[in-house]
Design a protein around this ligand. Structure first.
Ligand code: NDP
Length: 294
């Protein structure tokens, strides 16, 4: 079997077109959806992600932009900025780019963002709403994007054995919670694996839907996948590659060349889950803006 590719770029473009339509409709009602991204320090990867988010929000017709702060910014200064943005009616979504410099506690910052502006979906109130199945909160963008990929690709999650590798607060845990919801894109039987899991292979081989977010380059090989499974690779790893001009290449947590021979459908890296994360951030922002008028 050679798996069919799930084209995250194309699906993300569809979501972004929907968002742009919703933003335009809001403008007609006098509201311009606004997203502000806060970047502290000069981490190169973070600057790239933030640039992509700013560009995408502009293309969707949103206002806002990026506030860039020096690495020496104190926690108190950052919290003051968050308070200001919380109180600014033109700002519907606030995203503080992680990781923050070591002297700033990320949980304290996240808890300061108003839950109804927390378009990253990291605030405990939004995480709690996800767990109890309330739909008026915000869901972490990457796992929300994975569900969107599954639903828009016609993958049946109901009754499926879904195995998630990784239990982080931003991907693995909300991913498992979404797959458990009693609604389309959910209703799966969910197993969550992590670094202490005994016999990972046994679990991954049972999965009808295998979602990998472990941050370990190419750790899931074809022999760990059930024939015909749907494989979603969240991983984004830069590995040395002397054949490339820049000396490295991007790869996922799944060994694509062997997995593609076993799975029925698979996401590539790049071009799979990555583009969905930004698309879902834009969707969360326009929902935040809509909730201020309805
Ligand atoms: P974290 O490092 O926070 O979490 C990794 C998880 O994987 C942990 O729960 C860890 O277990 C588990 N794990 C690590 N090694 C193994 C192993 N050998 N076997 C089983 N489980 C293991 O990573 P994130 O969740 O933040 O990100 C995961 C990946 O997804 C990364 O490659 C990241 O770059 C990518 N990513 C991609 C995004 C996108 O937009 N495409 C967005 C966010 C992340 P334990 O808890 O026991 O340590």
């Amino acid at each position: 079997m050679r798996a069919e590719l799930i084209d995250g770029k194309a699906i993300a473009a569809d979501v972004r077109a929907d968002v742009a339509r919703d933003v335009a409709a809001l403008r007609e009602r006098g509201v311009v959806a606004g997203l502000v991204v806060v970047l502290v320090g000069d981490d190169v990867a973070s600057a790239t992600y933030v640039g992509a988010k700013e560009k995408a929000s502009r293309e969707a017709g949103m206002s806002g932009g990026t506030v860039r702060l020096p690495a020496a910014t104190t926690q108190a200064e950052l919290l003051r900025l968050v308070e200001e943005l919380n109180g600014d009616a033109a700002v519907h979504g606030i995203l503080v780019q992680m990781p923050l410099p070591a002297h700033i506690d990320p949980d304290t910052v996240i808890r300061h963002i108003r839950p109804d502006k927390d378009v990253d979906g990291f605030h405990p109130e939004n995480v709690g709403k996800l767990l109890i199945g309330h739909t008026d909160g915000f869901v972490s963008c990457t796992p929300a994007g994975v569900i969107e990929l599954l639903v828009r690709s016609g993958v049946e999650t109901r009754g499926a054995e879904a195995v998630v590798v990784g239990r982080s607060n931003i991907v693995g845990k909300p991913m498992a919670a979404l797959l458990l919801q009693a609604r389309p894109g959910g209703d799966a039987t969910v197993t969550v694996c992590h670094s202490r899991t005994r016999d990972l292979h046994m679990h991954t081989r049972r999965a009808d839907i295998l979602i990998v977010a472990a941050g370990r380059a190419e750790m899931i090989t074809g022999d760990m996948i059930k024939p015909g499974a749907v494989v979603i690779d969240v991983g984004m790893n830069s590995v040395p590659d002397p054949t490339r001009a820049k000396g490295s290449r991007l790869c996922g947590d799944v060994h694509f060349a062997s997995a593609v021979e076993v799975a029925s459908r698979i996401t590539p890296v790049p071009g799979g889950v990555g583009p969905m994360t930004i698309a879902m951030l834009l969707r969360n922002t326009v929902r935040a803006a809509e909730r201020t008028v309805s």
